[in-house]
Design a protein around this ligand. Structure first.
Ligand SMILES: *Cc1c(COP(=O)(O)O)cnc(C)c1O
Length: 388
């Protein structure tokens, strides 16, 4: 039986040649390809600065630090995301809280955000940073979020790990029109890959400078940023406490080569999504709703079971699909229900929309090389499973 995963990378011979060329070159890291990859993504996103790092998790961490997040501060995000969107706050010693999702987009709900902010203002615990996540690649309501950010004075980091290649109101995701920093992930299941890798985009020279320092030990070689004239040509200064979060040349070469196919990848994902929409229309499930203002990166295709119309449980449907070789997945287990967060006092029922989403959601296979035959098999198996 053929196994169909929920997501997988597409590696061409051009990708392989690009990586091999780096292996045969002078630089495996800190060479010319990382800046080239950064310029390419920045150009694509129409943003001033792009900083390549070794993961989106690292990008979120240095983004929070650059925005000054620290002990005593709050970071807010959505419960329906990968744990990294919240953990970045904890790395900085800040506290983390969540805003429930919208029942239609499954993204952080702007109305829920507005009322939580009102209450937080009264209690004197407004967030310093908000991390909206473009779940499945569908952009959040960034306009509403920006209005609230200006009213309450918090910073915004878009976690666009699912959303490279997408658009919000005709602007590319990553242009930071509505945020301080936007982060991409290049993990193999995401839209384009560098194996491990991430990127932080910003239009602010100051934030870009801070993040560049933080990704490489807090070290500068630029005399303009030193406390005194260089001692000599060997000289560098550590002016902040940073990390080694650098991306290698091998990864950047792969990413640069993948960038040439980004638009065709996202277009292919849209074709597959439209086929799923048509083929699944009569089943007892809720199909993904797409906001007309935006073009999704379509990292994921999530359906929600109408459990009152199905004899099986959510778990039974999931297991039956996996037994038939359909590599379904669940994005995500609400972060506030993870033991590490439970110990901070969160209860599963704190975010009821997220809880109900978790009880019904299933991610169907969605990736650029998924064939129509494979997709037909996913649909056929799902029909049998739901009707039996
Ligand atoms: C994948 C993912 C991350 C983490 O990405 P890495 O590159 O693996 O660190 C963060 N947030 C979201 C929403 C993700 O999907």
């Amino acid at each position: 039986m053929q196994h169909i995963p929920y997501g997988r990378q597409d590696i061409t011979s051009a990708d392989i040649d690009a990586v091999v060329a780096v292996l045969q070159s002078d630089f495996l890291t800190q060479g010319p390809i990382v800046p080239k990859f950064e310029e390419t993504v920045a150009g694509y996103c129409n943003v001033k600065h792009a900083l390549a790092v070794n993961s989106a998790t690292s990008a979120l961490h240095i983004a929070c630090l650059a925005l000054g997040l620290g002990p005593g501060d709050w970071l807010w995000t959505t419960p329906i995301t990968f744990v990294a969107s919240a953990n970045c706050g904890l790395y900085c010693g800040a506290k983390v809280d969540f805003v429930d999702i919208d029942s239609r987009t499954y993204n952080l709900c702007p109305q829920a955000l507005a009322s939580k902010l009102e209450q937080a203002e009264r209690e004197g615990r407004l967030p310093k940073v908000l991390v909206p996540v473009h779940l499945c690649g569908q952009p959040c309501d960034m306009q509403a979020i920006q209005v609230l950010a200006q009213k309450y004075g918090f910073k915004v980091i878009e976690d666009a790990s699912h959303a490279i290649g997408g658009k919000y109101k005709n602007g590319p995701i990553g242009d930071c029109s509505y945020s301080d920093i936007t982060v991409f992930s290049f993990h193999p299941v995401k839209i384009i890959t560098t194996a491990e890798g991430g990127m932080a985009m910003t239009n602010s020279d100051e934030l870009a400078h801070k993040m560049a320092l933080l990704r490489s030990h807090g070290i500068t070689r630029d005399p303009a940023h030193m406390t005194h004239e260089p001692d000599g040509p060997w000289y560098y200064q550590q002016i902040d406490l940073g990390y080694n979060y650098r991306m290698t040349e091998l990864q950047a070469a792969l990413g640069l080569s993948q960038m040439t196919r980004l638009d065709s990848y996202v277009a292919r994902r849209h074709n597959l999504a439209r086929r799923y929409d048509a083929l699944l229309a009569d089943l007892p499930i809720n199909l993904p709703w797409q906001h007309p203002d935006s073009y999704s990166g379509l990292h994921l295709y999530v359906v929600r079971l109408k459990l009152d119309q199905i004899t099986k449980t959510h778990r039974q449907v999931f297991e039956a699909l996996r037994e038939q070789g359909i590599g379904v997945n669940l994005h995500y287990i609400p972060v506030h229900t993870q033991p590490h967060y439970q110990r901070m006092g969160f209860k599963p029922s704190d975010f009821p929309e997220s809880q109900s989403y978790y009880a019904q959601a299933i991610s169907l296979p969605m990736y650029q090389t998924l064939t129509e035959e494979q997709q037909d098999r996913v649909v056929a198996v799902l029909k049998v499973v739901l009707q039996a």
